[in-house]
Design a protein around this ligand. Structure first.
Ligand SMILES: Nc1ncnc2c1ncn2[C@@H]1O[C@H](COP(=O)(O)OP(=O)(O)O)[C@@H](O)[C@H]1O
Ligand SMILES: [Mg+2]
Length: 374
């Protein structure tokens, strides 16, 4: 049995035409690190608020260990919560802040002292007990907030964009810290972010949210290597897209299958086709290829891949560990009415063809197994 189960959960805020959470079905396993990832307004915070008990569902059921938690107020749900703004009590010291959840639970003072010391040691802040929040850096304040969420040994820790106020270096340090805590404590963590690299760093599983619904729920590797739809392909990692049509009808498929598609200019390409429902011949489809799977040559004959698209090199940018190429696809790939699609390629420093200059004709090649069609 899952630790948490959302069954057909809806949340309509009064006065809003659309549901903030729209028929959510989600199981959270004990001990896992689950991230809710999605653009702003996609319902991540609302989902967390429903779980924590700060909001009530408009319909549906949320269960903890198989029992509905509808009637449980937040403080009886045994969940630690960390928000984006550190929300520490400014007039209290670090130790008093961390002690707070224990004091309200009427834990005896000697036990409180022991638990606060242990919680601060876990986040490496044992020497800061007497400071006030305004005497700490952003990262330290966020670690105090984490210690406060962990101190009463909750079964579930909920975090809503806890690192978004920190600069990049500190954010990455804190990500490793949170990973370590999850590993060491074995506590179930539900984490909200709009940052795909943060989600990939931290999570066992990621639920990709869009307009109050989950587009796909899978491990970071699965999301990246086998996205279920163009939204997921575009939200996780870089992605190139091209509108094409299907060559020959297809039945509904359980898993992706090799097949042929045609560009607007009539060029045939081979790719992996995902068809969750039957598709007619010439059905419009979207081709997706990640930039790192593109090979670039000035001469098509230099490419071993069966799929080759021609275009013009618009820009060539050195990004340290790789080159980023921007190319405009030519008429074979796009309809005359299309806005010229720009494709990006990521090329290792050693793999850049010699003599490549902006304005030149280039050929972009990719293997059928690296191209997804939806
Ligand atoms: N208290 C509220 N009252 C009315 N609408 C809200 C409220 N909170 C969120 N919403 C709306 O619900 C949708 C989901 O918001 P939210 O859960 O905060 O998304 P996210 O955390 O993914 O950015 C948005 O359209 C937002 O405007
Ligand atoms: Mg939010």
């Amino acid at each position: 049995m899952a630790l948490i189960e959302f069954e057909h959960v809806f949340k309509h805020y009064p006065g809003s035409p659309t549901a903030a959470v729209d028929d959510l079905n989600l199981h959270i396993e004990a001990g896992e690190f689950l991230t809710l990832l999605g653009p702003s307004g996609s319902g991540k915070t609302t989902t967390l608020m429903l779980l924590a008990g700060f909001e009530a569902p408009s319909a549906g059921t949320i269960r903890l260990d198989g029992a509905s938690i509808e009637s449980l107020p937040p403080h009886q749900r045994n969940m630690g919560v960390v928000f984006q703004s550190y929300s520490l009590f400014p007039h209290m010291t670090v130790a008093q802040n961390v002690a707070f959840p224990l004091s309200v639970r009427k834990v005896p003072p000697t036990t409180i002292a022991e638990k606060v010391t242990a919680a601060l040691a876990k986040v490496h802040l044992e020497n800061f007990t007497h400071r006030k929040p305004n005497q700490l850096s952003g990262g330290q304040q966020q670690r105090v907030a984490l210690a406060r969420a962990l101190v009463f040994e909750p079964r579930l820790v909920l975090m809503d964009e806890p690192l978004s106020a920190l600069d990049k270096k500190l954010r990455e340090e804190m990500q490793l810290e949170i990973r370590r805590l999850h590993r060491e404590l074995g506590v179930t963590m539900v984490f909200v972010t709009h940052d795909q690299s943060e989600a990939m760093t931290l999570s066992d599983r990621v639920a990709v949210f869009n307009q109050g619904r989950i587009e796909q729920l899978a491990s970071p590797q699965q999301l990246y290597n086998a996205p279920a739809n163009p939204f997921v392909a575009n939200f996780l990692g870089d992605n190139n897209m091209l509108q094409c049509t299907l060559e020959g009808a297809l039945p509904a498929l359980q898993s992706a299958a090799a097949g042929a598609i045609r560009t607007s200019g009539g060029q045939t390409l081979q790719a992996r086709i995902c068809a969750t429902k039957a598709l007619a011949e010439n059905a419009p489809v979207k081709l997706c290829v990640r930039p790192e799977f593109l090979q670039v040559a000035t001469d098509a004959a230099a490419l071993a891949t069966p799929n080759r698209l021609h275009g013009t090199l618009l820009d060539l940018i050195h990004q340290g560990d790789h080159w980023r190429l921007v190319a405009r696809l030519d008429a074979q790939a796009r309809a005359a009415t299309d806005e010229a699609p720009q494709w990006f390629a990521k090329i290792g420093p050693g793999a850049l063809p010699a003599g490549l200059v902006v304005g030149q004709n280039v050929c972009l090649g990719f293997r059928p197994e690296d191209a997804w069609v939806f």
